[in-house]
Design a protein around this ligand. Structure first.
Ligand code: NI
Length: 178
């Protein structure tokens, strides 16, 4: 098994190539900024989470949007990385064939079938995304985002104590925008 630094580099390079010119929503930053922020949350969480498989968590973190937002397939992730990584990313992918309102619930149900590392990636993803909302967002959009965040926290209780606490605090903070 390669060391974590090597796995990190391979995954972020793959993700950077796949996401290409995509930017972090509402900013001019390249998409990998979001991905590395999610990975950073997991590095910190791992120090407080006995038994966490950091290799799996980091790879899934860096690749978590490749199926949803790029041409990457589950089979390709399986071949390039591992079945566990591919399954994790697949669970984190919203099924575009479903009506919008059902996509999050469906993804959360899939995540709950996965190892706790995948739960942790979803928690870290939302922690990272709960920042000052873009000016263009309406109040109802912000409320919806907050509601989705609470749904994520509730569905993934027991996934990672440290990240749950962080997400809870972020949600409380976000309340000032709605
Ligand atoms: Ni994300």
């Amino acid at each position: 098994m390669a060391d974590i630094q090597t796995l990190y580099q391979e995954a972020i390079r793959f993700a950077a190539e796949k996401h290409g010119p995509q930017k972090v929503k509402g900013s001019k930053n390249p998409y990998v900024v979001h991905l590395s922020n999610v990975a950073m949350e997991l590095f910190i969480a791992a120090r407080r989470t006995p038994g966490m498989d950091l290799s799996l968590a980091i790879q899934v973190a860096l690749l978590h949007d490749t199926i949803e937002d790029t041409q990457t397939t589950k089979a390709e992730l399986e071949e390039t990385f591992s079945t566990d990584v591919a399954e994790g990313v697949w669970a984190l992918t919203r099924d575009q064939r479903l009506l919008r309102d059902y996509r999050l619930t469906d993804s959360l149900a899939k995540i709950r079938q996965c190892p706790k590392e995948v739960w942790a990636v979803k928690l870290a993803d939302r922690i990272t995304n709960l920042q000052t909302p873009p000016k263009s967002w309406s109040k109802s959009h912000k409320r919806e985002y907050l509601f989705d965040s609470m749904q994520i926290l509730e569905a993934l209780m027991g996934g990672n104590e440290y990240l749950e606490k962080r997400l809870k605090a972020k949600i409380e903070e976000y309340n000032k925008y709605v």
